[in-house]
Design a protein around this ligand. Structure first.
Ligand code: SF4
Ligand code: FES
Length: 384
């Protein structure tokens, strides 16, 4: 799965409007993970290690009900994602339904296996926007990262078909040690592909990316260089290409406001139908995730125990509880806190106030300096 860069909320919650209430306003975004099936096998994928099998996926009618309920609740954007969402035979029907209930539809795709005829059908169905993943700026790096021969050429051809039909195109490039040297070339490719927006998203270490962290962790000096490269390109390409950038947590001083705050702005639904406050939330094993098979989206948003668990600020221990930034970043990322400290309630170690912060920096320095971290593990369904 590509990184999802949710839009910055138009009216961010501030100190003047503390979030201690239990149920926030309706979500603005729904990440619909239609399937975990995908032709690519990206080493940086943030999908869980235990991928949902095809037999476990929600059927067409259930997804359509979810889209209707989301729109009725107030959701504005739907991200049709996966895996590769076009692996679903009903992708056009689902897209049409999402558009008909008034959602702004964004297809997040690898571009592999999407024929011109399917693009025509998606266009007629009302698809608003396409986000295409970019694993590298040439065939060699693209194949190394994505584990798929011929991937780059197919993406190039797909982008041309997308632009020809007038879709707005965003490229999403997840950056790590295997491709960080190609950031300037990826910027050039985004222009050549006719994209209007490029997301330079340094890897977030969840799922397969966490498993491959030593193989993916970039060196500090390389990250710093990309910051300069992005800044230079933003000036040079003003009016041509918008570049969004997400830099790595492991070298940060403060954490990201993950998904706009837990249960505040967005929700995800897995292929099997579990509603999550973020796409990696199922790593927090003790939480009770409700299924859209049993509950409406409105019910889940208002009452699901998993959404309640870290919503707002009441749940926070110190140092977040008395911190002046607690209504800005909500203590950072719960999934990262769990993965790195063993307790999802802890302050995200990306924060300098976390007792684990130094350890986080040490991990980044040690892993990025490894000359032979061993082969990366390609994303795959378990055989068990
Ligand atoms: Fe954010 Fe908590 Fe760090 Fe304060 S202590 S900056 S609220 S993560
Ligand atoms: Fe789960 Fe950040 S990815 S809270």
């Amino acid at each position: 799965m590509n990184e999802i860069v949710f839009p910055t909320p138009a009216a961010p919650l501030t100190e003047a409007e503390p979030v201690t209430r239990r149920v926030p306003p309706p979500p603005i975004g729904l990440l619909a993970e239609l399937t975990h099936r995908c032709p690519l096998r990206c080493t940086y994928c943030s999908n869980p290690l235990e991928l949902d099998a095809r037999s476990a996926e929600l059927d067409t009618e259930t997804w359509k009900r979810v889209f209707t309920e989301a729109a009725e609740l107030g959701v504005i954007h739907i991200h049709l994602s996966g895996g590769e969402p076009t692996a679903r035979r009903d992708i056009v029907e689902l897209t049409r339904h999402a558009a008909e209930v008034g959602l702004y539809t964004n297809l997040i795709t690898s571009g592999i296996g999407v024929s011109p005829a399917m693009l025509d059908d998606l266009h007629a169905a009302g698809l608003d926007h396409i986000q295409l993943s970019l694993q590298g700026a040439d065939a060699g790096v693209t194949e190394l990262v994505g584990g798929y021969k011929g991937g780059f050429e197919r993406k190039e051809a797909f982008a041309a078909e997308v632009v020809k039909r007038g879709f707005p195109l965003t490229l999403n490039a997840v950056i790590h040690r295997m491709n960080i040297h190609q950031v300037p070339q990826m910027i050039d490719k985004a222009v050549a592909f006719g994209a209007k927006r490029l997301e330079i998203a340094h890897t977030q270490y969840y799922g397969w990316a966490l498993k491959n962290r030593a193989q993916l962790m970039p060196a500090r000096e390389d990250v710093d260089r990309t910051i300069t490269e992005v800044e230079e390109a933003r000036v040079r390409l003003k009016g041509v290409l918008v570049i969004d950038a997400v830099f790595p947590d492991y070298y940060a001083r403060y954490p990201k406001t993950c998904n706009g705050g837990w249960g505040q702005r967005t929700l995800s639904v897995t292929p099997a139908g579990f509603a999550l406050p973020c796409h990696a939330a199922q790593t927090i094993k003790h939480l009770d995730f409700w299924s859209v098979r049993d509950h409406s989206i409105a019910d889940i948003w208002a009452s699901s125990p998993a959404f309640e668990a870290y919503r707002g600020t009441d749940w926070m221990p110190e140092p977040c509880r008395s911190c002046e930034r607690k209504h800005i970043d909500f203590g950072g990322c719960r999934c990262q806190a769990l993965a790195l400290t063993g307790d999802a309630r802890n302050t995200d170690p990306a924060c300098i106030k976390s007792p684990f912060h130094t350890e986080l920096g040490d991990i980044a320095v040690t892993e990025s300096a490894m000359e032979s971290p061993g082969p990366a593990t390609y994303r795959a369904f378990s055989r068990g």
